[in-house]
Design a protein around this ligand. Sequence first.
Ligand code: ADP
Ligand code: GLC
Length: 487
Amino acid sequence: MKIAFLSSEAVPYAKTGGLADVAGSLPKALEHLGCEVKLFIPKYYLIDEEEFGLHYNWEIGEIPIKISNHTRSVHVYQSHLPGSNVEVNFIDCPHYFHRDQIYTDGFDEDERFILFNRGVIETLQRMKWAPDIIHCNDWQTGLTPLYLKENYAWDKLLESTASLFTIHNIGYQGRFSKESIKHAAIREDLFYPGGPVEYHGDFSFMKSGIMFSDIINAVSVTYAKEILTPEFGSGMEDSLIKRKDDLFGILNGVDYSEWDPQTDKFIPYHYSSNDLKNKIKIKQELLKKFNIKFDETVPLIGIVSRMVSQKGFDLVEEAANDLMRLNAQWIILGSGEDSYEEMFRNLQQAYPDKVALYIGFNNELSHLVEAASDIFLMPSLYEPCGLNQIYSLKYGTVPIVRKTGGLADTVINSNDNNSGTGFTFSEYSSNALIGSIKLAIVSFNKKDVWQKIQINGMAENFSWESSAKKYIGLYELAVKKRKNPNL
Ligand code: ADP
Ligand code: GLC
């Protein structure tokens, strides 16, 4: 099977969150299963050509693409995903992608990703490569399913190319003013109230992905059900209900070549479930760096996260006084909205002997926090899949999570179950959060109980293989649907 995999970010080139982890690892797993995969991402300014061995594709050369009233010059650079034959195609257009950040709140954010979607299709045309499936991910790639069926329907090359649209986060929808339809060169009669690209008077890339793709999936089974409800659908539930027979859930896998305490290249000592002594050494060293005193009876609670409301930090703020009275230490890594950064800064300043804080994006430190912490906290309001809790399981770092989306599908509550792997709470309230943390602290001090929970988690396997097989199943279904939409 031939797959074009489209993403706005991918490890190791450009990352803001879990989408990058998925785009950097699922294509490799698909290749292992015998697929031919080409990954497409924008060539952002921050991607180092030399470090990643990018070379310019002269055969493709210049692709002129008209957006709005300007013709932009697009070029393609190529490389391979490290450790694989997955070809990576970087869509180059300095006008749009040479910015300080991957995502911007600039006036032309729509144009940036219109260009990406069109750039990919026009690259496929010049390569004369017809994939069986174009796997689109999140709103930034939501126009491609529409383009295949509308703007590029004339092209015989892509006549039987199907599309799968994966929802990683329905909270981000690529919503722009009606004017943007013109930038995207979309037929104006597709825009009408309740129509396939219209959302409350605006143009939505996410809705286009949902309405025009052959098959849709979300990144966990629970989230795929949740987004059909007003509580989780962020307004897209009605569109999703229309397509509910074509909507599936596939849990993300993780790349254990990056995230395994036995081989992790960022941690100073390696360890496994047979011997956890080195985990404690890593904790001691990390605490020392942050000037916090090590005490083996005090658990270290880690957080690595984008600091946005999705992640449940309102609960942490509400509970802060109570949390600081608990016998626990904290290490927090993240960046995002000012109000949350400020809240954590205030906490750190008020409790410097028990709170370590790093505001920013730091990949190495994210691995160290996973390895050093005893507990990992993810009290998310909603969580499509979540990867850090899965990494935590592997690192013997017991997750405390709110039971929602992918968190509910990956963490087994140790209170109800001898094979438990963590602690879960259901109600989105500061009391429920505090209660769960207190239970974890009590268990932490019963060494045999704690080790059992750690070892249960470390024995779990969330590698990509089984999820990648499920994706191939959906690709096959999408190909059939493309041939016969009434199936
Ligand atoms: P989301 O995609 O919603 O941010 P996930 O749990 O799926 O949540 O994935 C987050 C990914 O981003 C993980 O790989 C995590 O380690 C990483 N990450 C988040 N914040 C930071 C940060 N400040 N520094 C380094 N890595 C981070
Ligand atoms: C999104 C979600 C997260 C998920 C990630 C990768 O960013 O917020 O839960 O793990 O995508 O699918």
